[in-house]
Design a protein around this ligand. Structure first.
Ligand SMILES: Nc1ncnc2c1ncn2[C@@H]1O[C@H](COP(=O)(O)OP(=O)(O)OP(=O)(O)O)[C@@H](O)[C@H]1O
Ligand SMILES: [Mg+2]
Length: 308
């Protein structure tokens, strides 16, 4: 079978504390998981997931993933389960404390049958994906590779996550992928450039085909080598937990591209879908096409496209 999407990155179990909600214990999250669930909820069935998890959460993870309709996964067992305690302040800034660190992912962890795939989402949480894995994927598959670089910009010191990255190293990875989507802080750490549009252009100058920078409730910007896009966020009054909004954006962007949508429409669709996520805490929510389409229509006329 040809898979639609292979999502690579460690699942995590997080504790989330925002000014509005607090998760009940540790809840399932992680870029690979949140993006996969989004694609599943948008109707895609041929999804595979690869990552590592501790034995303590293994059975729960398998149960939860199957309940959400994803049955193709290759999970290696490591000593700890990845996860953060995420604490948000009133301005939406978050601090991450480490609850556990899972293992690295190597090409041995990826079943050959998963390589017959149209899109690969790379969603590392904490340095579990390295250059050699990306190089392997880009040389052995025909898939379009989408990188959410969050986990390449984090290091842990004394249990707290700090932002750093080796610019030369990450630019070599960016060269191998088609799409790269940092959030605002990550794009600054990666490129050293504060202006998100300029940062998106830099990612393209490094070799990506499309650079996208997400700006939380201020929307996102994208550059595809010819046009610059400013994509509005949908204005929701019910933003209780932004965790995973970027991951949902990634999943929905890929969904729209799989359906043949343009970059502009994939970004709008991603923004509309991500706005549903922020209204919920944890993985337990549905995404209705009708709601996404309504939000898409509400923001589409506010989008700016400039020749870049
Ligand atoms: N409060 C909000 N209201 C509406 N849309 C939002 C809100 N927050 C985020 N979004 C949408 O989600 C997208 C991604 O958000 P953000 O920039 O916070 O990602 P992120 O920091 O990578 O999140 P995470 O790493 O937790 O998945 C934004 O570009 C926007 O379209
Ligand atoms: Mg993110």
């Amino acid at each position: 079978m040809t898979y639609d999407v292979l999502a690579i990155g460690n699942p995590v179990y997080d504790i989330i504390i925002t000014p509005y909600v607090r998760s009940r214990g540790r809840v399932l999250s992680g870029c690979s998981v949140n993006a996969s669930l989004t694609l599943r909820r948008l109707g895609f069935k041929r999804i595979a997931l690869v990552g590592t998890i501790g034995r303590n959460f293994l059975d729960r993870f398998k149960r939860e993933l199957r309940r959400y309709g994803i049955s193709n996964f290759a999970i290696s067992v490591t000593d700890e389960t990845g996860g953060f305690e995420l604490i948000y302040d009133e301005e939406g800034n978050r601090e991450l404390h480490v609850l556990g660190i899972a293992g690295k992912i190597s090409f041995h962890d990826i079943p050959d049958e998963y390589l017959d795939v149209r899109y690969i989402l790379l969603g590392p949480i904490l340095d579990e994906i390295d250059y050699s894995l990306v190089e392997y994927l880009s040389s052995t598959t025909k898939a379009e590779i989408f990188l959410d670089p969050q986990g390449l910009t984090r290091i842990v010191t004394k249990g707290r996550v700090q932002r750093v990255c080796d610019r030369k190293y990450i630019s070599e990875i960016v060269k191998l992928v088609k799409y790269v989507k940092p959030n605002e802080i990550e794009s600054y750490v990666i490129t050293g450039i504060r202006d998100p549009l300029e940062a998106a252009k830099t990612l393209v100058a490094w070799g990506a085909e499309v650079g996208i920078v997400t700006l939380a409730e201020r929307g996102s910007v994208a550059y595809d080598g010819t046009s610059l896009y400013r994509i509005p966020a949908y204005r929701t009054m019910r933003a209780v937990d932004p965790t995973g909004a970027g991951d949902v954006y990634a999943g929905a962007f890929i969904a729209k591209r799989l359906e043949g949508g343009s970059i502009a429409s994939a970004c709008l669709f991603a923004s509309a879908t991500a706005s549903i996520k922020v209204e919920h805490c944890g993985p337990e929510f549905s995404i209705k096409r009708k709601d996404v389409e309504e939000r898409y229509k509400a923001i589409a006329h506010e989008m700016d496209i400039l020749k870049g």
